[in-house]
Design a protein around this ligand. Structure first.
Ligand SMILES: [Zn+2]
Length: 83
């Protein structure tokens, strides 16, 4: 069980998007090794206007402005897949 950084509720990992600050490859979604933050699959959390700030705080890193675009595309592609 992990905590969503937005709503602070606990979820099974299957119900969360994992964002990792990988030691070598930088920010990765659903993969990578390093400090991670989790966001649940409810639209009000992953489309929160403050989500980037919350992620930066949780990952202790600076996220490029393009990150949100990449993140939204990743979420769209994962939502299309059946669980
Ligand atoms: Zn949430």
């Amino acid at each position: 069980m992990r905590i969503c950084i937005s709503c602070r509720k606990t979820y099974d990992r299957n119900n969360l998007f994992k964002i990792t600050k990988d030691h070598k490859q930088g920010i990765m979604i659903q993969k990578g090794m390093g400090r991670s933050a989790y966001i649940c699959k409810s639209a009000k959390c992953y489309s929160d206007s403050k989500i980037k700030k919350k992620l930066q705080k949780a990952l202790k890193t600076f996220l490029e402005p393009e990150f949100i675009d990449i993140f939204e595309k990743e979420i769209a592609s994962y939502s299309d897949q059946p669980n």
